[in-house]
Design a binder for this molecule. Structure first.
Ligand SMILES: *[C@@H]1O[C@H](CO)[C@@H](O)[C@H](O)[C@H]1NC(C)=O
Ligand SMILES: *[C@@H]1O[C@H](CO)[C@@H](O)[C@H](O)[C@H]1NC(C)=O
Ligand SMILES: *[C@@H]1O[C@H](CO)[C@@H](O)[C@H](O)[C@H]1NC(C)=O
Ligand SMILES: *[C@@H]1O[C@H](CO)[C@@H](O)[C@H](O)[C@H]1NC(C)=O
Ligand SMILES: *[C@@H]1O[C@H](CO)[C@@H](O)[C@H](O)[C@H]1NC(C)=O
Ligand SMILES: *[C@@H]1O[C@H](CO)[C@@H](O)[C@H](O)[C@H]1NC(C)=O
Length: 299
């Protein structure tokens, strides 16, 4: 039995190995590593971040650089490292690459930078007055949020979670308006309960955690038909009563005014004309069109 060998025995394999050694002289002269910190970053859209490239290369001539389409606003260097300030980050995902050349050999490490945007608004669509036992959709909109894959939307009634949704499989980068819908069938005891919509954008461990809530919407039970009829007749009754009281009050007022009035003969002509004009508008309906205020007061 032939001894097992790990190395490929064929002459072609040796050639390939030779070419590999020629192509990567650093590997032959003692290897070095290139790393980037942070490896992944979550930056607010339009924000900035320092990216630090470093190497284990011992050669002080090793010079690091960062290749990126993002704007570099500043840099710092030290032995075995170079840091770059990236600003005005408006790309939703980008992968700047750190290069170090050590004794003629170049190695690269990439960083993942994603930008995020906290929801601009969390809006719960207004609800109509609801009929008991009928199905309605609660709809919440989380507007202008990125990345959607890190979003969790929760619909709550009082302290209770009605519905929770995540979007790990959401495709497409950049901000989006996300609707979340949940069907409810209100019961009598739901009346007056508060509905809210919560959006959480969790960027941990590479970024912060945000929570936003919609304003509160109250479940309103529509009045039943019977309740409406009762309400309408109640209003009608009250109105009728008020009208009669008003009419009675007006009549009383006229009566007392006439009692306090001086004898017709004593009134000056201008006063009498004024009183007559006033009486004609007030008294016409109930006194059969009489224009003479003196008639009633005569004993
Ligand atoms: C960077 O992103 C790529 C693709 O999105 C992913 O495969 C890789 O694991 C990420 N690297 C880090 C360090 O997060
Ligand atoms: C960059 O990283 C190197 C090595 O990890 C460290 O010594 C140096 O202080 C860092 N520079 C900055 C600006 O963070
Ligand atoms: C390293 O490269 C940068 C540009 O890539 C250059 O400005 C700098 O002078 C270089 N430093 C050294 C020590 O070669
Ligand atoms: C969401 O929360 C963030 C920070 O917590 C805040 O800046 C932002 O204005 C909030 N948005 C809404 C719609 O409340
Ligand atoms: C609620 O929305 C779902 C899906 O959007 C739909 O299938 C359902 O019919 C809607 N229900 C009502 C009561 O509108
Ligand atoms: C996301 O996709 C994976 C695999 O494709 C699947 O198993 C999982 O159920 C999906 N998650 C959601 C929330 O749809």
């Amino acid at each position: 039995m032939r001894p097992q060998r790990l190395q490929h025995p064929s002459p072609g394999g040796s050639l390939a190995r030779l070419l590999l050694l020629l192509a990567l002289p650093g590997a032959a002269q003692g290897s070095f590593e290139v790393s980037v910190s942070p490896e992944a970053a979550m930056v607010e859209h339009g924000g900035s971040v320092w990216i630090n490239c470093s190497t284990t290369c011992q050669n002080p001539a090793a010079n690091g650089s960062l290749e990126t389409s993002l704007t570099k606003a500043d840099s710092k260097r030290g032995p075995g490292w170079a840091a770059f300030l990236l600003v005005a980050i408006t790309e939703w995902v980008s992968a700047p690459q750190c290069y170090f050349t050590c004794d003629g050999d170049t190695k690269v490490a990439a960083a993942n930078i994603s930008s995020y945007r906290v929801p601009e608004r969390v809006v719960l669509e207004p609800l109509p007055e609801m009929e008991l036992g009928r199905a309605y959709n609660l709809t919440c909109w989380v507007l202008n949020v990125a990345p959607v894959t890190h979003l969790t939307v929760t619909l709550r009634q009082g302290g209770r979670t009605l519905h929770m949704e995540t979007f790990q499989n959401h495709t497409g980068i950049g901000p989006n308006d996300i609707p979340v819908t949940h069907e409810i069938t209100p019961r009598r005891w739901d009346h007056g309960q508060e509905i809210t919509c919560h959006a959480a954008l969790d960027l941990m461990p590479h970024g912060p955690h945000f929570e936003n809530s919609s304003s509160v919407v109250e479940l309103q039970e529509a009045e039943s038909l019977t309740a409406k009829i009762i309400a309408i007749s109640a209003i009608a009754t009250i109105s009728a009563t008020l009208l009669s009281i008003l009419a009675w009050g007006l009549a009383q007022r006229d009566r007392s005014r006439r009692k306090a009035r001086p004898e017709p003969g004593e009134a000056t002509s201008s006063q009498a004309n004024f009183e007559m004009a006033q009486a004609s508008t007030e008294d016409a309906p109930e006194e059969g069109g009489s224009l003479n205020p003196a008639e009633d007061t005569s004993p």
